[in-house]
Design a binder for this molecule. Sequence first.
Ligand SMILES: [Zn+2]
Ligand SMILES: [Zn+2]
Length: 418
Amino acid sequence: MLVKAPKGTKDNLPGEVYKWQFLEERFRDAAARYGFLEIRTPVIEHTELFARGIGDTTDVVEKQMYTFEDYGGRSITLRPEGTAGAVRAYLEHKLYAETRPAKMWYEISCFRYEKPQSGRLREFHQFGVENFGSHNMLADAEVIALADEFLRGLGIAELALRINSIGCPACRPVYRKRLMDFLADRYDALCDTCKSRYERNPMRILDCKSPVCQDLVRGAPVMIDSLCDECKTDFDALRENLSAMGIDYEVDSGIVRGLDYYTKTAFEFVSNQIGAQGTVCGGGRYDHLMRELGAGEDIPGVGFGLGIERLLLVLEASGIEIPLPKRADALVVFLDAGEAKTEALRVAKELRAAGLACEVDTAGRPMKRQFQYADRIGAKYCVILGEEELRTREATVKDMVTGEQKRVPFAKIAGALK
Ligand SMILES: [Zn+2]
Ligand SMILES: [Zn+2]
């Protein structure tokens, strides 16, 4: 093999892409029904954006970013997530001066250097939404409802929504202290990564995948018991809003989110169908990100990212089949001779103009092989142009399912197929 795709990337071959297109159509439709508009931002951003926006003590920024210096000597990074770029665009183009809140969605590829495993690639894809400019828990409930509606609309039954509040700068330090006190006697037994998290980001220890650490944090104090009045009121409001929309959820104090800018609401949609990698969608609120990225004030935000590769795994594991795309309506089968070819090209063009999906065999094979090709592409009809047909100017239209044939004047083929 001369060239192989880089480790952790995956080709979407022509025979599979219809699954993506189906999900894209569904997501676009759900977003539109909630009034979200699409935004498209560059794959590359200045490295600084992610270092500040994601937090330089996170695994993502420390170990996983695809960063390089471009020929102008700037440090550039392939985006590892979607929010920072959307926020950058929002601030750069002063969209905050327009209607608030701004509601946008995107479909993006993201890049993280991680050990590739099922449903976790180095290049992966996400749908995401962001609501910029609202402090109100109606915004949080709305983005959750959008994800819920999209996911359940696909027929996924085994799907749990878990919500949590991770507090705010007023209450988190108090909790942080309580957590550190709890972990102090257990410090020596923590994994090396968690030892380094202890001072910098102890809440991440709750999220550690090491069984040893998971054991050690059992019984640790939880954030929702340490919420300030404002965070508590907001968490209650979120729950009320979700209930009003009939959305089932469980409170899970274990959701801490990997990224530093999250405040208050954190949520995940989890499927037990795909094992440990079961989080299909994760999101939350980030009220201090905008200031961190240079806005003169705090502009609140809430949103989510929904992993498309993982979603496809869940659909597969749940036995949910994505409908096959529309097949060719017709193949024009023609005798390989001058006049028949001219006529075939003309007929095919006419059928396409009439809205039908119509092919000719572009490999120029004999008629018998053209019929085999018709089977391959699943053509519903063959429109046959042989010697007899050219003489009478009536094509033979063959139904490829029933085998039935009839003669149709050239001018009426489109009508007959429809
Ligand atoms: Zn608080
Ligand atoms: Zn650990």
